[in-house]
Design a protein around this ligand. Structure first.
Ligand code: ADP
Length: 251
């Protein structure tokens, strides 16, 4: 864990420090050179600050989960537009990979008991994985199905898939199927364990079905219930959170 974690922490710090060194060199070459270098590296610095921030947020969450202090703010929220807004917010981030994002539901509006901040983290985590583990020109589909008892959120990709014997293990903390030094994607293996805990805190459950090189489907089942005697609340989804949660999709 500490070996993995120090790699995760050191990588963005090294990148930020390298950018700083390049800026220092440009500074000695005059204002124009400095400005050019700044415009070249500002995105990288920001992305790597976000990667660090996300890692720290995840570690704080793990600590809260372990100590039983994951206090969720439950209320009655409209889940369909919440899922749709979050899903559509990833579109600018998949353009470089030319991935097609589809959202589909036959229910237009449904209010359920949930903590929208955790639902947002859960969805962005699953979508971030779908982007990471789907090849160029792939597709990601998000569906919502509603029954009297449950709401099922389905996240499907046609990416690299998960070997059958590893299917349930992906929810274990710090598990990464590719931990090699030449791995293509960044990640700490924490995301899905937090997703599982957050879904279970909603009295829901998550399961995955997958076929190697065909893709993966993650289903989240949430109870279709309301908090008694509480009016519906509006959750303002902030697109800056998408940038933060998707900060490790490109190296
Ligand atoms: P990471 O930060 O490594 O992505 P996660 O906990 O989110 O950590 O995922 C654990 C592991 O599960 C990943 O390293 C990857 O091997 C596998 N995985 C997760 N989602 C997918 C997916 N959509 N397609 C293929 N593999 C996946």
């Amino acid at each position: 864990f500490f070996a993995n974690l120090s790699h995760e922490i050191k990588t963005p710090i090294n990148i930020i420090y390298s950018c700083f060194q390049l800026l220092e060199i440009s500074k000695s070459q005059g204002e124009n050179a400095l400005w050019k270098a700044y415009c070249k590296y500002d995105g990288t610095i920001k992305q790597n600050c976000f990667r660090l921030l996300r890692l720290v947020n995840n570690l704080v969450d793990i600590t809260k989960i372990d100590s039983g202090f994951m206090n969720l703010n439950f209320g009655n929220y409209e889940i369909i537009s919440l899922v749709e807004d979050i899903t559509l917010s990833i579109i600018p981030y998949v353009e470089a990979k030319n991935i097609n994002v589809l959202f589909d539901t036959y229910v237009e509006e449904l209010i359920i008991k949930c903590d929208p901040e955790s639902i947002e983290r859960v969805i962005l985590n699953l979508l971030s994985n779908s982007i990471k583990y789907t090849e160029h020109s792939g597709r990601i589909k998000v569906n919502i199905n509603v029954s009297e008892k449950n709401v099922v959120l389905t996240f499907e990709d046609n990416g690299i898939g998960i070997p059958i014997d590893m299917k349930d293990k992906v929810f274990e903390r710090f598990l990464r199927l590719d931990n090699s030094f030449k791995r293509l994607n960044e990640g700490s293996g924490i995301g899905l364990s937090i997703v599982k805990s957050m879904v279970e805190a909603h009295d829901g459950f998550i399961f995955v079905s997958s076929e190697l090189e065909r893709g993966s489907i993650f289903d989240i089942v949430l109870p279709n219930v309301l908090v008694d005697n509480m009016p519906m609340k509006i959750y303002e989804f902030d697109e800056a959170n998408t940038e933060l949660e998707l900060s490790d999709i490109y190296n």
